[in-house]
Design a protein around this ligand. Structure first.
Ligand SMILES: C[S@@+](CC[C@H](N)C(=O)[O-])C[C@H]1O[C@@H](n2cnc3c(N)ncnc32)[C@H](O)[C@@H]1O
Length: 237
């Protein structure tokens, strides 16, 4: 069962600002939004759509059709309730098992999902093949700085004030266990080489890479693990 289908975890996720306020409540949004390509008349695939905020944004920006997949039944149910639109097809599906029909989408997006995936190369290859030539893959993934730390928690002083974030075992891309919303969560630490060279080997051309900055007025030590954002293009012969 997906962790996101655990009732207690799901209830805590529902209390997060990103769940209550949508994209404006998501710390990475202001930066991520600026990287979006033109969506007018485009066909879009949203990998790990969650509540469907990005899918809804895509149709609001003029996308013609959005396929939005997620492995959590509760997420898909919530997306259909909160962000329904005749142009969005929400599907309960693991992104590793999705069919990725060839040369079908203009834009593939994925927000805060790929750190749950061990084999990034496989997904990169599939995304490349399902994009039309010149299509874009816009995604973010937890930054290796944040996934590297053993335990993935701030080191605090005796009063609980965060002092620093420990980076350890950076060079060993493996499964990492961390706590999120009071639950043990399994994520994969990927090195910069894996994240960037994997894209190159899949055939993508790099357009932009950005480290997510703390949002204005946010506590730098908030519980969001800051992602890195990437925009790449699939040029095909
Ligand atoms: C942090 S949430 C982000 C949701 C959404 N992209 C957003 O930004 O609002 C991570 C999402 O990834 C989904 N997810 C995790 N592993 C997945 C997989 N293998 N296939 C599809 N979805 C997955 C979870 O169910 C969850 O909805």
């Amino acid at each position: 069962m997906s962790l996101y289908d655990n009732p207690d975890f799901f209830a805590s996720y529902a209390q997060m600002s990103r769940s209550q306020c949508g994209l404006d409540g998501a710390g990475e949004w202001q930066q991520f939004q600026k990287l979006f390509p033109d969506l007018k008349g485009k066909t879009v695939l949203d990998l790990g759509c969650g509540y469907g905020w990005h899918s809804k944004y895509a149709v609001q920006m003029g996308a013609e059709a959005v396929t939005a997949i997620d492995t959590s039944a509760k997420m898909i149910e919530t997306a259909k309730a909160k962000n329904a639109d005749a142009r969005i097809d929400y599907q309960l599906c693991d992104l590793r098992a999705f069919g990725y029909p060839e040369n079908t989408y203009d834009v593939v997006i994925s927000n805060l999902v790929l750190h749950y995936i061990e084999d990034l190369d496989e997904i990169y290859r599939k995304v490349f093949s399902c994009l039309k030539s010149g299509g874009s893959f816009l995604f973010n993934i937890e930054h290796p700085t944040f996934t590297a730390g053993v335990g993935q928690e701030w080191i605090t002083d005796e009063n609980g004030t965060p002092l620093y974030w420990p980076v350890d075992d950076y060079f060993y891309p493996t499964l990492r266990q961390t706590m999120f919303l009071g639950h043990k969560v399994e994520k994969y630490h990927h090195t910069l080489t894996q994240i960037l060279m994997g894209l190159k080997h899949a055939g993508f051309t790099l357009e932009a890479v950005e480290d997510a900055l703390p949002p204005p007025n946010a506590d730098f030590h908030d519980e969001m693990r800051r992602p890195m954002m990437l925009l790449v293009r699939a040029d095909k012969p």
